[in-house]
Structure formats: structure tokens, C-alpha cells
Design a protein around this ligand. Structure first.
Ligand SMILES: [Zn+2]
Length: 537
């Protein structure tokens, strides 16, 4: 085996791309891919432990303390070098193995959703801790997938002395789109050739070109007035809450005259202290979403004007700050096509009867029109969405990365189709055999694609050719944050302070229980029967 490798390297140095050499290289790459697939399968137990552990931590964005500690410990155990605290974010880290070019980065999100605590494997709302956060999207699965893929590839790199670097990184606070633009700004990816991002889905797939959905700016507007006795001398007070309410009402009127592709929503983060005191301080937090940068900017400008108007009306002072930002996405054609070939080779997992029963049980519970369970047919390679066909939707700050280097998102089938998202129902499959199998399938496609990129320089070259001469030929990246915008590391602190000690009792202990379902004593699947209490309406 070793002699064959040496021969290939010598021949490669002497002559370029002769037909027999190409055949020999392909045979070698095929063998490496087969081994990576085998290596991933052999790590199924580790994948399950990582998926279940991160699920049990259930941490929200910027507070992924246990999650990051656990995942980086795994990476260090397997020989990756870890640095922490990127962009001033305590839960951010970078793990690397290898040296030199190409540098292939693997990323995935790690944060959860407020109020989505849920027992896995139970096809109706049944929180582990009422009101606590949880993985109501499935972000517990992506980094375990990347770690499994990276370990499988690392073994082959070591043995075959493949040059190149694998880098792993976490999407901190993705639900708040509050880290990736900062990572880009601070040069975390400056040497990266290709970024292979991965996100939970309900099929195995990828896409290229301009994506659907939106980009956004997340902004908090704070008003400052003056307190007074609300009954004794209300005329001496100036209410910051009035300003918040007027801005909110003003925005609802303006909404009628905004483009159909826009989305905007807000929560009041501070509405004052008590009714008897005119609120001196109040804040409202908006997401301004549109399908391209100029229109996002337009919404931001409208928002600032409206806030100024509210301040004028109430004689209060207004300040604002950016808490997050996501660019509309554009994924790389060459990398997506390479990934899609590997996706076809891997195929969908073989679902068990129990897996399908859980999926169909949940779809029935939610009253879905379609109740046909888990995906059994691979999707097509996703193609560009024309701006005029984009009716808006969600965002991901992977968009910022996609405008700075060739990037794709691999979607893997670790969740059930037809769910509302950001909801307890999206956490049901996330620590069950559905997620475990979906992660294994995804890790295989990811590992195979890393091997393609490490061993075929023409792919990296082609990816940059698309990036430079097609994607960014006429459209340039204009970040919404500046040098001075700090990462909002304080977000979700209070929620985790409230729930962490209760949640700690439910952290998964793989030394005592084969799976998290076993630890919680859940029969898989648990689907509603006549005896199950009816959900609260
Ligand atoms: Zn997500």
C-alpha cells in the first residue's frame, strides 16, 4: 500500500494529468473514500454519544458553555489543536489538524431555542423542564457530524501523508445570527480555501447559487425618558415605553407598504419597571429581513427613522445597537456539485418501523396535511433562486461566509419533515435513531467531499474561479457590522442562569446509559394513544 502511494507521488511530480495517472489517482481516491465511509460507520457509537450529550445541554446562543467544553474536549482527545475565544466570544473555538494547503473548514451551529425543552422520542409536547430551552431545531447534531467526518479523514491523511489542513468551527448563536459576520471580520477564515457548512434537515442534499430566504440585521432600539409618579405627577415624566409602543405601532402601519419579500418582527426587551413609575428606559428589538443587501439596508434606515420619530413624539432620547446580522446566501457551484456526487453515493439512511412511526405520529399530532413520515427519496441538487422568485423566509449567517470564500451547506436527514421550526416538535427526533442515522449519512458525504478537495487541486481552483468570476463579479460583500461592533455575548444569559441548574440534572451520562432515551426511560417511539393526556390549548 505504501509503495503504491509513493509511486503516485513520484509520477505526479514528473508529469501532469496523463490519462493512466488520472485513473490511478481516481482508484486511490475511491479507496480512501471507502475507508472513510467504513471509518464513519465504526464511529456510530461516538456519534450517538455526542449527539445525545449536546442535546441534553440544550444551551442558547452565546451561552453554549457546556457544549463548547464538551466538543472541544472530544476534538483534543482525537488530536486536534484547539484555540478558544475567537472574536471575544467565550464559546467560540477553532480546531485544526494538519498543515499547509488546502485548508478545508467544517462548520455547524451549536445553539438551541427558548422554551423548546422536549423529551426526545415522544411524538407530542412533553417538556423535560417546562419553559426551559432545548434543541428545538436540531443544532445538537451538526458539529458531532463534522467531528466524525474529520476524524475519519484525519486517519487517512496521517496514513497516506496527505498535505492540507482540516479546520472545525462552531456556529455560535446562529438563532441570533450573532457570530459568523464577526468571525469573517476578524479574519478567522483568512487562510480557508473552502468552507463546508452543515445544517440539520430532513433529506440529504445541497444546493448552489443564490439561495432562497432572506438576510437580516438584528437591532435593538433603546429610549430614555424621565421617571415621575405615574398618578401624582405624570406630566413631569417622559415615558420610554410610549416611544417603544409608538415605534411598534408605526412599524405595523408601515408594513403594508413594504415589499412582499420582506419579513420583520420584534420583541420588547425592556418595558419599564412598574406601572407606578413612568418608565425611564425601554427597548424594542427588531429583525429586519430582505432578500438582498440594498433592501436590508433600506429597512434598517426606515427603522432608524421611525425610532427617531418615536423619540420626537415622546421627548425621549434614542440609541440603537446591532445585535446580529446575516447576509443573503450564495453557495458555490463546483463544491455543491462535488458534494452532490457523494450524496448520491451515500444515499438516505434505512429507517426502521419505529423511526417512521415516530415521524408519522408527530405529523398526525401537528395536524399536517401530509403524514408520510421520513424522506425515502433523495432530493435533487438545489439550483439558484432568482431574486424575483424569492418570496423571503429564514436566514443563516453562513451567508456572510459564503460571500468571502467558496462555501456550501450540506443538509442531512436528522429531523422529521413538515415541522414549524423553532418549536418543541423540532426537538423530538434530535436524540433518537433518526438523528443518529442522519448524522452518520451526513458525515460520510462530508468526509468524502473533504477527500475530494484535499486530493484534487483542480476542484479548489474551480471553486475559486466560480467565486471570483461568477458570484462576486458584479456583487460585492458589504458587511453590516463595523470594526467596532462588539459581539453580543450577553444574550440569553438570564435565561440560562434561570434554568441551568435544573437542566444539569438531565445531562446525558454515556458511562451509565447506552443512549439518552435509556437515561430518560423513554420507550421508542412514544406516540399518542387514547390514554395520553390531551395537549393544553
Ligand atoms: Zn439552524
Amino acid at each position: 500500500m505504501k509503495r503504491a502511494v509513493a509511486l503516485v507521488m513520484v509520477t505526479a511530480a514528473l508529469s501532469f494529468s496523463t490519462a493512466p495517472l488520472a485513473a490511478q489517482d481516481n482508484a486511490r481516491l475511491d479507496a480512501q473514500k471507502k475507508e472513510a465511509v467504513k471509518g464513519v460507520d465504526e464511529m456510530a457509537k461516538l456519534a450517538q454519544e455526542m449527539v445525545d450529550s449536546v442535546f441534553s445541554f440544550g444551551e442558547l446562543g452565546m451561552q453554549e458553555v457546556e457544549t463548547s467544553r464538551y466538543l472541544t474536549a472530544q476534538l483534543e482527545k482525537f488530536g486536534f489543536k484547539v484555540t478558544r475565544g475567537q472574536s471575544g466570544i467565550p464559546t467560540a473555538w477553532v480546531a485544526t489538524y494538519g498543515s499547509g494547503k488546502p485548508v478545508i473548514a467544517l462548520g455547524s451551529d451549536i445553539d438551541g431555542i427558548p422554551q423548546s425543552s422536549q423529551k426526545p422520542g415522544v411524538a407530542y409536547h412533553d417538556p423535560i423542564i417546562e419553559g426551559a430551552p432545548g434543541h428545538g431545531e436540531g443544532h445538537n447534531t451538526g458539529t458531532p457530524l463534522n467531528i466524525i467526518a474529520a476524524i475519519a479523514v484525519k486517519k487517512i491523511m496521517e496514513r497516506d501523508k496527505l498535505p492540507g489542513t482540516i479546520m472545525l468551527w462552531p456556529g455560535v448563536a446562529e438563532e441570533l445570527v450573532a457570530s459568523k459576520a464577526w468571525f469573517v471580520r476578524d479574519g478567522m477564515f483568512k487562510d480557508v480555501d473552502v468552507n463546508l457548512f452543515t445544517h440539520v434537515g430532513n433529506n440529504l442534499g445541497t444546493s448552489w447559487g443564490q439561495g432562497g430566504g432572506t438576510g437580516l440585521v438584528s437591532m435593538e432600539f433603546t429610549f430614555e425618558g424621565e421617571t415621575a409618579h405615574s398618578a401624582g405627577a405624570p406630566w413631569r415624566g417622559r415615558s420610554a415605553l410610549d416611544a417603544v409602543e409608538l415605534m411598534s405601532v408605526g412599524w405595523q402601519y408601515r408594513r403594508e407598504h413594504l415589499r412582499l419579500s420582506h419579513r420583520s418582527h420584534s420583541v420588547i426587551t425592556n418595558g419599564g419597571d412598574q406601572p407606578n413609575v413612568v418608565p425611564r428606559n425601554a427597548s424594542i428589538w427588531f429583525y429586519f429581513r430582505e432578500i438582498d443587501q440594498p433592501h436590508i439596508k433600506e429597512l434598517v434606515d426606515i427603522g432608524i427613522k421611525m425610532a427617531e420619530g418615536a423619540a420626537l413624539m415622546t421627548n425621549t432620547k434614542m440609541t440603537y445597537r446591532i445585535l446580529g446580522t446575516a447576509y443573503p446566501q450564495h453557495m458555490n457551484k463546483v463544491v455543491a456539485e462535488t458534494m452532490y456526487e457523494n450524496i448520491k453515493a451515500v444515499g438516505l439512511p434505512a429507517w426502521s418501523e419505529q423511526d417512521q412511526a415516530l415521524a408519522k405520529g408527530l405529523q398526525k399530532e401537528l395536524g399536517n396535511a401530509t403524514q408520510d413520515g421520513l424522506a425515502v427519496k433523495l432530493g435533487e441538487l438545489g439550483k439558484p433562486v432568482a431574486l424575483e422568485d424569492n418570496t423571503g423566509g429564514g436566514s443563516d449567517d453562513i451567508g456572510d461566509i459564503s460571500w468571502n470564500m467558496p462555501t456550501i451547506t450540506l443538509r442531512y436527514p436528522a429531523n422529521i419533515p413538515g415541522l414549524p421550526g423553532h418549536n418543541w416538535s423540532s426537538g423530538i427526533a434530535s436524540a433518537t435513531p433518526i438523528a443518529h442515522k442522519g448524522v452518520i449519512a451526513g458525515a460520510k458525504a462530508q468526509a468524502m467531499t473533504v477527500l475530494d478537495l484535499l486530493t484534487k487541486p483542480e476542484l479548489v481552483k474551480g471553486a475559486w474561479d466560480y467565486f471570483n468570476n461568477v458570484q462576486t463579479k458584479d456583487v460585492k460583500y458589504v458587511p453590516f457590522i463595523t470594526r467596532d461592533t462588539p459581539a453580543p455575548t450577553f444574550l440569553n444569559k438570564a435565561i440560562l442562569e434561570k434554568y441551568r441548574e435544573q437542566m444539569r440534572k438531565f445531562y446525558y451520562d454515556p458511562t451509565k446509559f447506552p443512549t439518552y432515551l435509556d437515561q430518560l426511560g423513554i420507550k421508542y417511539p412514544t406516540v399518542r394513544t387514547a390514554e395520553t393526556p390531551k395537549p393544553q390549548q
